[in-house]
Design a binder for this molecule. Structure first.
Ligand SMILES: Cc1cc2nc3c(=O)[nH]c(=O)nc-3n(C[C@H](O)[C@H](O)[C@H](O)COP(=O)(O)O)c2cc1C
Length: 320
């Protein structure tokens, strides 16, 4: 069992120390561990070319990213190889480090388990034997712990956005940990309780991997969403039937007060739409095919309709 730690923070500082503590816990439970600091890698942002999705859906290929002049292939291989992940990030502007978002965008659609399953199935149905299909390791059962650390309590989007990283690969998030009021480099070493919690978290990831996915237990704060434990639920006034939507897994439900406590209730028939479930991912894949990737019937008019925007303004850029 291999557990990969990814630190998005400063060298030998708070995120890295918490990740290392968690990896020590994972080692205690018998895991082989490895650490990557995202700052050591060059990761270019997704350009939105959609080549990965087109490759999966149209060519039944591997869904690889076409950007090759950076370290994405390196971290992709490490993630494919691992069984468990410990992700630690500093909180910047209430969210995790932008480096993690860059990685998330690069991994997102291209590694979506449902997209890869569809490509694999179409490949088999069409009898395609040439070229590479989706990496079989995409379908492994994985577990992860998410650790966010910040210098204040400006933290609302940190863990939710870190959880998004786990969605497309269908990684079971078995713990989430938030540490506030740790701003100075390395100051986390004085917070014995947080270090102990991180160690327990890493051990729990390793112990979880010894069980089938359905028996893995979430040990973090329960939150409002009964499916993904998100504390972030958005009120959607535009939708009368489902006025609330989970900020992580997108499941729709209603917010109610029960015994002076806010609850987020999801109808049984709506549970399947949660994006942490395979059913929700297949639903999303079908929506893309039917709506956003479906050519517009007026596609022939596209060049003419674009002309007015093409000729309007030039780009302001720094001189190189
Ligand atoms: C650009 C920037 C923005 C930050 N924004 C927040 C914030 O919104 N909330 C917070 O709690 N801490 C914030 N911090 C503090 C860091 O999260 C904190 O110093 C953390 O310990 C850094 O992690 P590291 O030691 O692993 O690098 C910010 C720091 C920087 C540099």
């Amino acid at each position: 069992m291999k557990i990969l730690g990814i630190s998005c923070g400063r060298k030998m500082s708070n995120s890295e120390i918490l990740v290392k503590e968690a990896l020590m816990g994972a080692e205690e439970a018998g895991a082989e561990v490895e650490l990557i600091r995202l700052h050591d890698l060059t990761l270019k942002p997704c350009t939105g070319c959609n080549a990965c999705v087109i490759n999966l859906f149209e060519k039944c290929g591997a869904g690889e990213c076409v950007i090759k002049d950076d370290d994405f292939a390196f971290i992709d291989e490490k993630i494919m190889e691992c069984d468990g992940l410990i992700i630690g990030s500093p909180i910047y502007e209430k969210s995790p480090s932008g480096l993690l978002k860059i990685l998330n965008d690069r991994m997102g659609p291209s590694h979506d388990v449902a997209f890869r399953m569809i490509a694999k199935q179409m490949r088999e149905e069409r009898g395609i034997t040439t070229g590479k299909g989706p990496d079989e390791r995409s379908f492994k059962t994985r577990a992860a712990s998410l650790i966010a650390v910040g210098g204040s309590e400006w933290d609302n989007l940190a863990l939710p956005m870190m959880h998004l990283f786990a969605l497309s690969l269908q990684i079971n998030v078995v713990d989430k940990m938030l540490v506030n009021w740790v701003g100075l480099p390395g100051a986390i070493v004085f917070k014995e309780d947080a270090l102990a919690k991180a160690r327990k978290s890493g051990k729990h990831v390793a112990e979880s991997l010894k069980k089938p996915a359905e028996q893995m237990e979430f040990i973090g704060e329960q939150g409002l969403c009964p499916i993904c434990h998100s504390k972030l639920v958005e009120v959607r006034e535009d939708n009368k039937n489902f006025p609330a939507i989970c900020g992580i897994c997108g499941v729709r439900g209603t917010l109610n007060m029960v015994d002076n406590k806010v609850t987020f209730t999801i109808a049984d028939e709506d549970r399947a739409h949660s994006h942490v479930l395979l059913s929700g991912k297949f639903g999303h894949a079908a929506e893309l095919k039917e709506v956003s990737l479906k050519p517009n019937p007026k596609i022939n008019e596209l060049p003419e309709r674009l002309a007015k925007y093409r000729s309007y303004l030039t780009y302001s850029k720094p001189e190189r």
